[in-house]
Design a binder for this molecule. Structure first.
Ligand code: GLC
Length: 597
């Protein structure tokens, strides 16, 4: 890959001057990089770093790692505490609707204050600088697993809160440090995944410097899935990174970060990885099971909606940020082509509502031709019985996955909500998705927003599709569990469609229990009555998700930093494709000129 290595290294050296050091814990011990150019096996040159910020062991005496972090946090807290006191925002929503579920009067303002304090406490420091937030701070849990790490996807709502609160440094540091990890040498059993992959998570480790126990240094230790349960590749990390980078620029007005050579290179590496040619017949991104928020086996391999929604949104964000230069012309062409094909594919083939369901019910099958209506050879018998009752007369949604002769009819919340936010769904479809959320409130929201997917896999289906995973039993965790973090994506979608009352209702519901229950990661049962069986408490993205929702309800226009809209070029290209589609001959409404690609 032709990278502007010299400038890349220069940037990295600059970065190292404020304390960057990238170490990696492998079975052979900690591999440390030194400042300077190194030649990798494939001939490309990379920079390594050495930390310039050390912490003396005697300074740490009597301090556990955690309390050392807390010390840093306290210092940080001073600089941000003023924001919460009287920052001009309206008082938080309070409810006392007579049905308090045993909670009594709920003081939204207090809950919001608690959440902000908890979020500040979850900040992780690297060489003295805030760099991310820990996944969970659950001291009651006996098995930490990797919940003591900074997850890329989990940090996004935290990052948005910090942006909305004017705390920009942590987001900038997160963006730049994770970028450094992107080009890390990553292998699993001698195999290296594609360049451009972002880690799922990373940990800040404090280690003795050069075997000298009296001096320590901080190193960043990324996990690209090579240590994660199931060895899942985090396809969503790079996409979320691009989305956050754009939000940073929009919110701060500081475009210098996205304009940096190393950042531009990072964007291009992610795009190249996603746009690389493969065997696919579809414009959707082909991934393995567990490559996103659902990071365990749940039968979402193939072309899951969540990845497609993030992919589309990241493509639009990247298009906005890529510096126009000849060297990027091919990439931009490929990107534009993909945007059009992807939106057409999802809007046409993933969409279901009562009308479409009726069409599928009466599909002819085994159509061998270019102008087949039932292109993917879906057998009507695949329509599950639950869907016949679930589909409301008003509303519709995008299905979870589409493969040859296979539609996964499950409703996946994040994919549907982010399709609204990123504009993958049309305006009508976006409203219809929110209509469905309203119509199916007791199934999708019930006692705690929001179900990760609906319905749960049970019995034989759970055995075959979820591989009998005891963590993913019916109505638990990824299999129909309820995740408070999804409140933030719901709220952004509602703000985009100017329907804040839906988000407001969901937030009020969450406020009844979320603080009393200690901010769980997820809830179990059909109606989300119980705290999840193996749920962590004080899960940071549950806290941050709630805060994003509150901040946006108080200031709806702030949602703009996350929203993307289709431009006229895309609309034209889309209507062109639509009019060529044999399934529905629609008029060329608003058509001006074909998209030149
Ligand atoms: C679980 C979730 C994943 C999340 C991680 C850390 O594995 O499935 O989406 O990133 O926990 O919170």
């Amino acid at each position: 890959m032709a990278l502007p290595e010299a400038s890349l290294c220069l940037d990295r050296l600059l970065l190292s001057s404020f304390g960057a050091n990238y170490g990696k814990q492998r079975s052979l011990g900690l591999v440390e990089l030194r400042c300077g150019l190194r030649t990798l096996g494939n001939g490309t040159k990379r920079c390594g770093f050495r930390s310039v910020s050390f912490c003396r062991t005697d300074e740490r005496k009597n301090l556990t790692k955690r309390s050392c972090f807390l010390r840093c946090k306290c210092q940080k807290a001073d600089s941000v505490s003023g924001l919460t006191a009287d920052d001009g925002r309206p008082t938080s929503l309070s409810i006392n609707d007579g049905n308090t579920n045993g909670v009594g009067t709920v003081d939204g303002r207090k809950i919001e204050e608690e959440a902000w304090d908890l979020l500040k406490e979850s900040v992780v420091y690297y060489c003295g600088n805030p760099i991310g937030t820990i996944a969970a701070s659950d001291t009651s849990s006996s098995s930490i697993l990797n919940y003591d790490q900074v997850f890329i996807r989990d940090f996004i709502p935290s990052g948005v809160v910090f942006l909305l609160k004017g705390e920009y440094d942590i987001v900038r540091n997160f963006i730049l440090h994770t970028l450094q990890l992107q080009s890390w040498e990553k292998t699993m059993d001698c195999h290296s995944p594609g360049q451009g992959l972002m880690p799922a998570s990373f940990k800040v480790r404090t280690v003795p410097l050069d075997g000298d126990d009296s001096v320590t240094e901080d190193v960043l230790d990324p996990d690209f899935g090579e240590a994660a349960i199931g060895r899942v590749a985090p396809v969503d990390s790079g996409l979320w990174w691009i989305i956050l980078l754009r939000a940073y620029g929009k919110c701060t007005g500081d475009l210098s970060v996205q304009e940096r050579v190393d950042v531009q290179t990072g964007i291009k590496m992610i795009l190249k990885l996603c746009l690389a040619d493969g065997f696919d017949m579809f414009p959707t991104l082909l991934v393995t099971d567990g490559s996103c928020m659902i990071d365990r086996r749940m039968g979402i391999h193939g072309h899951p909606l969540e990845i497609q929604a993030l992919f589309y949104s990241a493509l639009l964000c990247a298009r906005e940020m890529l510096a126009p230069e000849d060297a990027s012309a091919d990439l931009l062409r490929a990107l534009n082509n993909r945007l059009v094909a992807l939106s057409f594919h999802i809007r046409e083939y993933y969409w279901i509502d009562m009308k479409k369901l009726n069409e599928i019910y009466r599909y002819k099958t085994e159509e061998y031709s270019y102008d087949a209506v039932n292109k993917f050879n879906i057998y009507p018998d695949q329509i599950p019985s639950w869907l016949v009752d679930f589909m409301p007369a008003r509303g519709g949604y995008l299905i979870g996955n589409l493969q040859p002769a296979h539609m996964d009819f499950r409703f996946f919340s994040l994919g549907n909500l982010w399709s609204i936010v990123g504009g993958l769904a049309t305006v009508d479809q976006s409203h219809a998705i929110l209509d469905l959320v309203e119509e199916k409130w007791s199934e999708l929201v019930a006692d705690m927003p929001l179900k990760i997917c609906y319905p749960a896999l049970e019995g034989q289906e759970w055995r075959i599709i979820a591989g009998s995973d005891p963590k993913n039993t019916a109505w638990s965790y990824h299999n129909g569990g309820s995740w408070p973090t999804l409140l933030w994506q719901l709220t952004v979608a509602c703000m985009k469609m100017n329907r804040p009352e839906i988000a407001e209702k969901a937030v009020m519901l969450a406020e009844r229990r979320i603080s009393r229950d200690k901010w769980p990661e997820y809830y179990d049962t059909r109606r989300a009555r119980f705290i999840g069986k193996q749920s962590r408490l004080f899960q940071t993205w549950s806290i941050a998700g709630y805060l994003v929702a509150k901040l946006l309800l108080a200031n709806p226009s702030a949602a703009k930093v996350l929203i993307t809209e289709e431009d006229s070029e895309l609309v034209n290209a889309f209507s062109c494709m639509l009019s060529a589609n044999p399934r529905r001959k629609r008029g060329q409404k608003g058509f001006k000129q074909p998209f030149i690609i």
